[in-house]
Design a protein around this ligand. Sequence first.
Ligand SMILES: [Zn+2]
Length: 195
Amino acid sequence: MKKKSTTSVKQATEKKTPVKTPVKTAVKTAVKLDKLPESGKPAKPAKPPAFTIRKSVIHGRGAFATRDIRKGKKLVEYTGELITWEEAERRYPVDPIPYHTFLFEIGDGSHCLDAARRGTPAKWFNHCCKPNCEAEEDEDERVFLRTKRAIKEGEELTYDYNLTCEEKMKKSERLRRYPCWCGVKKCRGTMLAKK
Ligand SMILES: [Zn+2]
């Protein structure tokens, strides 16, 4: 389960039989985090969200912790319209440079979530080579972003996109098309997964 560039799909789908299923939406019902208050009793004040979206020095907008967050905390579900890679390629025929889409590969890799439609703020989490969050997919192919370690208030929340691209590219091309600006000491310079 990882983010994937549409360019790679061009390569991958040529070998496979086209998926005939039309675009279907699979936005599942939101998780009910709190039970509804019993009538007559005052509702508990809702806990403010653990993060907020604002401009990031890494890239565009990013997610920032509004308070200290413990390790292992489930922060948000990554939702989006469930589409095939063929449809993703139709929507985004060319990867923008630098790469920026809201596609997230799920399941066996034949489908992805397009968070540009029906996405949650999870789509604003930036990539980092040494991230403080991770994405995990459950048995129902729902994706959640969870903290990997304890987070301090104000920290930007990131995870490793681990982009896959089957297209053969020179290193310079990888860096040009999928640059990483996370700025950590061991930044690999690209959002593409390690080979
Ligand atoms: Zn990096």
